[in-house]
Design a protein around this ligand. Structure first.
Ligand code: PMP
Ligand code: GLN
Length: 385
């Protein structure tokens, strides 16, 4: 299992290249096809013109952004962090995940991750010399669920941390209070750290996003990761952040300084402004994506897919078996030729590949007309795969 990522290409890059090559509509890689707020783009231009951030910013991130992150955690989640010692700016959530795992995992440590898991988790656990222990989310009653009993059974004396992701990519599941309370209780009982990837924190359509750090006994053992990419539709800016205790944040900073050291200077100033946008912005993006979720989910169901309607994120997972197909890989490789649409096979996010085989993910962070054109193309599949 060592360096299994060597020589590979991420499924997202592979599928985006396939879309470009075939001219297909790209519902594979999760990036919006409309940029974020004009005023925030202008804030980046202003920073650049004013000479703010054009040279190396401070290692932990510019103070304006660290303060804005701390304010955001208090405003939306009631969590209090000291911007000087408990907030770290990273090159997107991707670097935060890498640095956290490199800093906290010793060779031989076990890391529990929810399966299907975001692709970089497996690579970074491996780079840190850890062993990943997947706990599988299973579909029933129209959504994916975590079985707290399975999670508990996965903990051993070698378990170092639980790597959580909610709202969850690719299933769209938003862990509820009961599930999170069970995670928290287990972490406290077994003295585990929790690294939680909450990049979709604002993209919740049903229920609510509750940070695991807000549960009793969790603030001191949780590193919370988020990013501007999803919330503000600037995935190319690569501005992410980590919040946690001074000791945990210092550990992550120590690894981070040898990865990128720093990144995204002028964009840090712009995201500081973005985090202070009024509630109407956050409500607006949620409403827009909820409507798009409904359009794509209905279109996929009409085309014959079984649809797991997501409570959060901008992805919808489908089961292709009702179409007469069973291998998501083969399905996604053939889909552009068959009907001019690109999607992602969920099997790549599994160790237990068989469990993920018939599931395929579509992204709906695209313009309405693009989603409608994709649905129109997919409707032909009704006639059989
Ligand atoms: N975590 C999850 C669950 C994601 O879906 C993504 C993809 N955007 C990331 C992390 C990476 O975020 P960033 O682009 O900020 O590095
Ligand atoms: N997070 C995006 C997705 O899940 C892709 C990011 C990437 O390409 N690394 O589709």
């Amino acid at each position: 299992m060592t360096k299994e990522w060597l020589g590979g290409t991420t499924i997202f890059a592979e599928m985006s290249a396939l879309a470009v090559r075939t001219g297909a509509i790209n519902l594979g890689q999760g990036f919006p096809d409309t940029d974020g707020p004009e005023e925030i783009r202008e804030a980046a231009v202003r920073a650049l013109r004013d000479g703010r951030g054009n040279q190396y910013p401070p290692g932990p991130g510019v103070p304006e952004l660290r303060t804005a992150v701390a304010e955001h955690q208090r405003r939306f989640h009631g969590l209090t962090y000291d911007p000087d010692t408990e907030v770290l700016v990273t090159a997107g959530a991707t670097e935060a995940i890498a640095a956290a795992l490199l800093a906290l995992v010793e060779p031989g440590d076990e890391v529990i991750a929810l399966e299907p898991y975001y692709d970089s988790y497996a690579a970074c656990i491996g780079m840190a010399g850890g062993t990943r222990v997947p706990v599988t989310l299973r579909p029933h009653d129209g959504a994916y669920h975590l079985d707290p009993g399975e999670l508990r059974a996965a903990v051993t004396d070698r378990t170092r941390l639980i790597l959580l992701n909610t709202p969850h990519n690719p299933t769209g599941t938003v862990l509820g209070r009961e599930e999170l309370a069970a995670v928290a209780q287990l972490a406290v009982e077994r003295d585990l750290l929790v690294v939680t990837d909450e990049v979709y924190e604002h993209l919740v359509f049903e229920g609510e996003h509750v940070p695991v750090a807000s549960f009793p006994g969790m603030r001191e053992r949780t590193l919370t990761i988020s990013s501007a990419g999803k919330t503000f539709s600037f995935t190319g800016w690569k501005v992410g952040w980590v919040t946690g205790t001074p000791a945990l944040v210092t550990a992550v900073r120590s690894a981070k300084q040898f990865l990128t050291y720093v990144a995204s200077g002028p964009f840090q100033y712009a995201i500081a402004e973005a985090l202070r946008l009024p509630d109407s912005y956050f409500e607006g993006i949620r409403a827009d994506l909820r409507a798009k979720r409904d359009v794509l989910s209905a279109g996929l169901a009409a085309a014959g897919f079984e649809v797991y309607r997501p409570a959060g994120t901008y992805f919808v997972t489908t089961d292709i078996r009702p179409l007469g197909a069973s291998d998501g890989f083969a399905f996604c490789r053939a889909l552009p030729e068959r009907c001019g649409v690109v999607a992602v096979p969920n099997a790549v996010f599994y160790d237990h590949r068989d469990e993920g085989a018939p599931f395929v993910r579509f992204a709906f962070c695209k313009r309405r007309d693009v989603l409608e054109a994709a649905i129109d193309r997919l409707s032909g599949l009704r006639k059989g795969w």
